[in-house]
Design a protein around this ligand. Structure first.
Ligand SMILES: [Zn+2]
Length: 462
C-alpha cells in the first residue's frame, strides 16, 4: 500500500517546508521530493499544515475501574477526532499499573479497543513496588508516575483525597522525601523517567488548617492550594534529581513560581523537564464566573500572571511538552459545589484544536507547536523517532490542520463517554481536518473513522 500526502506544508520542530510525503505500508518512505511514481492513494493537502501526529502524554481513561466516567474505547476515539495519534495512558486505573505483569496485561486489554496508538505509564507506590520499577521499564513503560503528596488506598491503589475517611490500616501514606530519593535512585539506575504531581502536602495541610471549613469561593480554592506548594515540591524534586541523576518530569505545571523554580534549577544543570496543559494556558481564575466547577483541577488554574509565565516557559523551552491531563468525571459529579466536586477536566479531543488556535493567534510558532505536541513529547517518553517525526522510517502518523477554517467546540459532538468541555461554545481559529495513523485516515472533520487499530508502543529509554 503506497500513499502520498501531496502539496502540503510540512511542519517539524526545525521549520516549515513545502513538500510531499510518501509512505509505504504505514511507514514514511520519502519526504520532500515530489515523486511521479504511481501510488495507491493520494491525499491533497494543498493549503493545509501537515504536522507529525500529535501526542497526548497525559490521559486518564479510568479503564478498568471507573468506566462510568470514561473508558479506553471512548478516550481513544476522542483522541483520533482531535488529531492525537498516540496517547500515553496514566496508570491509576483499578488496579493501577504497578508491576510489569499488569502493564503487559493492560497493553493487551487496551489494544482490543484502541483507536490510536498508545504508551503506558507505570505507577510508583513508594516502598510497595520499588522492586517492580525496572520490570515496568523493561516492559516498555513511558515513565513512572508518582502521585506525590497523596495517600493511596492499599487494596485498590486509588488516590485518597481525605485521609480521615479511611482507617490508617487501609492507607499507603504519602511517601517521605527519603522514599522518593530511593525511587529516584532506582529510576536513574534503570535509565527511566520519573514524573510527579508536584504540590507539597505540608503546604496544603497548613492552608487547610488555616481555612478551617470547606471552601466556597474560587479565591479560597487558590488559597488552599497555593503556588508555593508547587514551587516547594519542584525545588525538592530538583534536589532529589541532582543527588541521583534521575530524569525527573514535572507534570501539569500551573504557576509562575513553579516556572521560576524550574528555570533556576534547569540553569543549574538539573535534569528536570516540565509539562503544562491547555487549560492553564487558555483560562485564568477570571473564567470561573463563566465556567464554574467545570474548571476545577489540581493544581488549580491560577491568575493571568501565571498564565503568561506559562506561555513564556512554553516558548523558551522551560516547558518541553503539553498534555491534556484528560480526567473526565460524570456531568452529575461536575455539577456538585466547588468544595465537593471532583477535580479534573476533559481535554484529549480539544488539545490540538486549542493549541492550533493559540498558534494562529501568535502565542506559539508552528515549529514550537510541532515540538511540544509531537517531537519533544515523543523524545521525552522514549517514543522517538518512531513517533513525533516526519522522516524516513517513522510511523506515517499525521495531523492535518486547516489554518483558514474555524471550529466551534460543541460538547454534545465530542466523543468522550461523558461529553463536556470548558471550551464548549468557544469559536477557535483553525481546524483539525484529518488524523492519520500509520497511513490510514482514522478521523476526518472531527469524526472518528474505521475500526480500532491502535497498538501499544513500548518506550525505549536511554
Ligand atoms: Zn493527571
Amino acid at each position: 500500500m503506497r500513499l502520498r500526502i501531496a502539496n502540503g506544508t510540512l511542519v517539524t520542530g526545525r521549520g516549515l517546508v513545502r513538500g510531499d510525503v510518501e509512505c509505504r505500508d504505514g511507514t514514511i518512505e520519502r519526504v520532500g521530493e515530489t515523486g511521479a511514481d504511481r501510488v495507491d492513494e493520494q491525499i491533497d493537502a494543498r493549503g493545509l499544515l501537515v504536522f507529525p501526529g500529535f501526542l497526548d502524554p497525559h490521559v486518564h481513561s479510568r479503564d478498568p475501574g471507573l468506566t462510568h466516567k470514561e473508558d479506553f474505547a471512548h478516550s481513544t476515539r476522542a483522541a483520533a477526532a482531535g488529531g492525537v495519534t498516540t496517547l500515553c495512558e496514566m496508570p491509576n486505573a483499578i488496579p493501577p499499573v504497578s508491576s510489569a505483569n499488569i502493564l503487559v496485561e493492560r497493553a493487551a486489554q487496551h489494544t482490543r479497543v484502541a483507536h490510536v496508538d498508545f504508551g503506558l505509564w507505570g505507577q510508583a507506590l513508594g516502598q510497595e513496588n520499588l522492586a517492580e520499577i525496572a520490570g515496568m521499564f523493561r516492559a516498555g513503560a513511558v515513565g513512572v508516575k508518582l502521585f506525590w503528596g497523596y495517600a493511596l488506598h492499599r487494596q485498590t491503589g486509588m488516590l485518597v483525597y481525605n485521609l480521615s475517611d479511611e482507617p490508617a490500616a487501609n492507607l499507603i501514606p504519602p511517601p517521605s522525601n527519603g522514599e522518593v530519593l530511593e525511587l529516584c535512585r532506582e529510576v536513574a539506575r534503570v535509565g527511566g523517567l520519573l514524573a510527579a504531581h508536584c504540590e507539597d502536602r505540608g503546604v496544603i495541610d497548613a492552608a487547610e488548617r488555616r481555612l478551617e471549613r470547606p471552601i466556597s469561593t474560587y479565591a479560597e480554592l487558590l488559597d488552599l492550594r497555593p503556588a508555593t506548594a508547587e514551587s516547594v515540591s519542584i525545588a525538592v524534586a530538583a534536589e532529589l534529581s541532582a543527588a541521583t541523576g534521575c530524569r525527573f518530569h514535572v507534570v501539569h505545571t500551573a504557576s509562575q513560581s513553579g516556572v521560576r523554580t524550574l528555570r533556576r534549577v534547569q540553569a543549574d544543570g538539573v535534569r528536570l523537564t516540565a509539562e503544562t496543559c491547555p487549560h492553564y494556558l487558555a483560562f485564568s481564575a477570571a473564567d470561573f464566573a463563566e465556567l464554574g466547577v467545570m474548571m476545577k483541577v489540581y493544581p488549580p488554574i491560577r491568575n493571568e500572571v501565571d498564565q503568561s509565565a506559562l506561555w513564556d516557559a512554553v516558548r523558551d523551552g522551560t516547558i518541553t511538552s503539553i498534555g491534556s491531563d484528560h480526567a473526565p468525571h460524570t456531568v452529575e459529579e461536575k455539577s456538585h459545589d466547588l468544595a465537593s466536586a471532583p477535580a479534573g477536566v476533559h481535554g484529549v479531543e480539544t488539545l490540538g484544536t486549542v493549541m492550533v488556535d493559540a498558534m494562529l493567534n501568535g502565542n506559539i510558532t508552528p515549529e514550537r507547536l510541532a515540538w511540544v505536541l509531537s517531537e519533544g513529547t515523543a523524545r521525552l517518553y522514549g517514543l522517538h523517532p518512531r513517533k513525533g517525526a516526519i522522516q524516513t522510517g517513522a510511523d506515517a502518523d499525521f495531523t492535518l490542520v486547516d489554518p483558514e477554517a474555524t471550529t466551534t467546540v460543541d460538547s454534545s459532538r465530542l466523543h468522550s463517554k461523558q461529553p463536556q468541555s470548558p471550551w464548549h461554545g468557544r469559536r477557535l481559529r483553525g481546524a483539525i481536518k484529518m488524523t492519520m495513523l500509520r497511513g490510514e485516515v482514522i478521523a476526518r472533520d472531527g469524526e472518528p473513522l474505521g475500526q480500532p487499530r491502535g497498538r501499544f508502543v513500548p518506550a525505549v529509554h536511554g
